[in-house]
Design a protein around this ligand. Structure first.
Ligand SMILES: [Mn+2]
Length: 357
């Protein structure tokens, strides 16, 4: 096990041997991946005067994350507008080659990997969108820093910045701080001494007004309409909550409602679904001693694609059309499957306002 400072020196050594850096992360980047990309670019630009680009796939959907991009002035370009052949150094943050939600340029190997997730299983499937990138040539220099005991990739990147003595401007400090905050739930889970050290170092540098705007963003009327619809459709089976929101304007709403409903006192499992376009999105949250991924696998019964681990899982299923009857039929089938998976068939159902007619 190398020490942190030699790790940082290795990273600088590798970057120094290249001219242009392209930073990539998983699709629909979250705060930890956005902050990590921003931090790595800052390191390369200030220490090595290296031109950098951050390219992202998918969308930034949560209001909090959009506000983070705006307040922290994160420079980012849609991946389909970037030509990877213009870069001689490709870096991947907060994910690794082989992960399903990570779309890498075809035929290019990755030079820098910085992540805190458990590496994908050997020979894990790679869909048509994410062919496994070729392994680097045997003599190629690569930098590979995967530490699964760290709570956030932002802490690892923050660690390089601290080690190398690079000044951290307010917007970057705010981004890294928010990245650590979200991935560790305010230092309450998956926390390592490095997370604590970086968090404490960043604290006085954070732009508090910006942080407040990011954590409490203005929400569109659509958000509240979807929330009302969701709360009207809550069905309670003992300690389980099922909620079919119907149509949602953004898929993220499904996960947000699931997170909110799990806070209902006495409830330990939430299954939430909603239709966006003709794709049905599902989110599962559990505090029971059950694996969310296994539970979702049983509920979807071989349909769609899904992922997750421990307490959290999510997935999506393309429907044949967005017809009302197709939606209702699909929701009824999902409900039967999830109740069977939870062993709660035949239980009486209630809503938030008491027993339903
Ligand atoms: Mn992360």
């Amino acid at each position: 096990m190398t020490t942190l400072s030699s790790t940082s020196a290795d990273l600088l050594d590798l970057l120094r041997s290249r001219k242009r850096l392209l930073v990539l992360t998983h699709a629909n980047p979250d705060p930890d991946s956005l902050a990590s990309a921003m931090g790595l670019m800052h390191l390369a630009e200030t220490r090595l005067r290296m031109p950098t680009t951050f390219a992202y796939a998918g969308r930034i959907m949560r209001a909090e994350n959009r506000e983070m991009v705006r307040c922290c002035k994160i420079r980012m370009t849609p991946q389909d507008q970037v030509d990877p052949s213009q870069f001689d150094c490709l870096a991947l943050v907060d994910t690794q080659p082989g992960f399903g939600h990570t779309h890498l340029p075809r035929g290019r190997s990755i030079d820098v990997v910085i992540d805190h997730h458990i590496p994908p299983a050997e020979g894990s499937p790679s869909g048509p969108d994410n062919p496994l990138s070729p392994a680097p040539a045997a003599d190629a220099r690569v930098f590979h820093d995967v530490r699964t005991d760290i709570g956030a990739t932002s802490s690892m990147v923050g660690g390089y910045l601290l080690d190398t003595g690079v000044e951290i401007p307010g917007p970057l400090a705010t981004a890294l701080f928010y990245g650590i905050k979200t991935d560790t739930a305010d230092l309450s889970r998956n926390v390592s001494p490095l997370d604590e050290r970086v968090y404490e170092h960043l604290m006085p540098l954070v732009d508090r007004a910006a942080l407040r705007t990011i954590t409490q963003p203005a929400l569109p009327a659509d958000y509240f309409r979807a929330l009302r619809e969701a709360l009207n459709n809550v069905r309670i089976y003992d300690d389980a909550i099922l909620c079919s929101i119907g149509r949602v304007s953004t898929p993220e709403m499904v996960a947000e409602v699931a997170d909110l409903l799990l806070r209902h006192e006495g409830k330990q499992v939430v299954f939430c679904g909603g239709l966006s376009g003709d794709v049905y999105y599902v989110s599962l949250r559990t505090e029971l001693d059950l694996d969310a991924y296994q539970l979702l696998a049983a509920a979807l019964n071989g349909e769609g694609s899904f992922g997750g681990h421990g307490a959290v899982a999510g997935g999506c299923i393309p429907l044949v059309d967005d017809d009302e009857r197709t939606l209702r039929r699909f929701e009824r089938k999902l409900e039967r499957n999830i109740l069977a998976a939870l062993g709660r068939e035949g239980m009486s159902v209630g809503g938030l306002g008491g027993v339903r007619k």
